[in-house]
Design a protein around this ligand. Sequence first.
Ligand SMILES: CCCCCCCCCCCCC/C=C/C(=O)SCCNC(=O)CCNC(=O)[C@H](O)C(C)(C)COP(=O)(O)OP(=O)(O)OC[C@H]1O[C@@H](n2cnc3c(N)ncnc32)[C@H](O)[C@@H]1OP(=O)(O)O
Length: 361
Amino acid sequence: MQILTPHVYWAQRHSEIFLRVDLSDAKDLDISVQENNTLQFKAQGHGAKGDNEYKFSLEFREPVRTEINHKSTQRQVDIKIRKQEERWWDRLTLQEKKPLFLAPDFDRWLDESDAEMELQAKEEEKINKISVESRVRKDPYLGLKRGYLFMYNLVQFLGFSWIFVNMTVRLFILGQDSFYDTFHTTADMMYFCQMMAVLEVINPLLGLVKTGFFPAMIQVAGRNVILFVIFGSLEEMQNKPVVFFVFYLWSTIEIFRYPFYMLACISTEWKLLTWLRYSLWIPLYPLGVLAEAVAVIQSLAIFDETRMFSVPLPALLGGSLSFSYTLQIYLVLMFLGLFINFRHLYKQRRRRFRSRKRKVQ
Ligand SMILES: CCCCCCCCCCCCC/C=C/C(=O)SCCNC(=O)CCNC(=O)[C@H](O)C(C)(C)COP(=O)(O)OP(=O)(O)OC[C@H]1O[C@@H](n2cnc3c(N)ncnc32)[C@H](O)[C@@H]1OP(=O)(O)O
């Protein structure tokens, strides 16, 4: 039997050398690194000259470790050898003239600067992993915080789902007639959910969530003015169809937002739910604020008439200042609030979809 030399392909990184020996179904492998820095390879396999015994030796340019990592597959034998010192070599062998059987492995080939960048990226990844792990380890209350947020989101989800389903069923059964008694059938649950929602302003203050304090405050205060001041205190407003539209728009977004947060608490994501959470507000938010503005405008005359919440003034100045003036200022603030939150949600949407795109690349 002839003894032949297989084709050998090589590539390097700062700390290691990769050799790919073009020998299929190799068996009886005998691979070692001698003390004189020479790799000895011998195996039986199918190479360029058919089934034969193939062997070669390579004296490396610089010292390498004697431990060898190798794997034989149906197509080739992969060998990984660690360099003694982390250094870029200008060639593989001690002899300047490259052996004829040796060629660069272009599948793995990197020049020095690319290898440095790869090394840097690996280092950064390691540092990031360590810092995430230590952050997670450092917070002994993480489980408790997540548990609390999960329960909060669950309760809100159930509350708003109840309102949404109740209103939808009544709409199907009663048609437009259901518009007139939305408040009487759902207000208690809405009061409960909106009072709980005050926690959404407290949570970012306590550092429990990354939400901005101002967007949350605008959202909660805005809704509570409508719910408690306009609808809650004026019986004349309670059977108006506008209540239906306001409650329906609020609950539509919340039955997607809270489950999205619940999944975030258990580090899970459903793509469709994420898309709905970061897209539905585009039509719903302006419509919601429009419905709220209609409610405020409808209440102006009632506040003028009933003098409720009016500020007493000296008789010379007309006796009292109607609350409707405050509400007219509030109407302007509403559109300012809409602008601030629209911008906030737009940024959140871009951040969310941009980081997901990056992860996919
Ligand atoms: C006298 C008072 C004067 C005040 C003036 C007020 C003027 C009022 C005008 C405005 C009126 C608005 C009234 C409202 C109308 C409507 O609601 S209409 C219906 C449509 N509405 C919506 O679409 C808005 C829905 N609301 C929201 O989206 C929020 O409330 C928000 C504060 C506006 C924005 O949410 P935000 O939390 O900032 O964004 P997210 O990306 O979702 O979250 C950031 C990160 O925080 C995590 N997180 C947040 N909350 C929780 C939680 N409860 N549980 C777990 N995790 C949470 C979230 O997962 C994000 O984390 P990362 O993914 O890691 O970034």
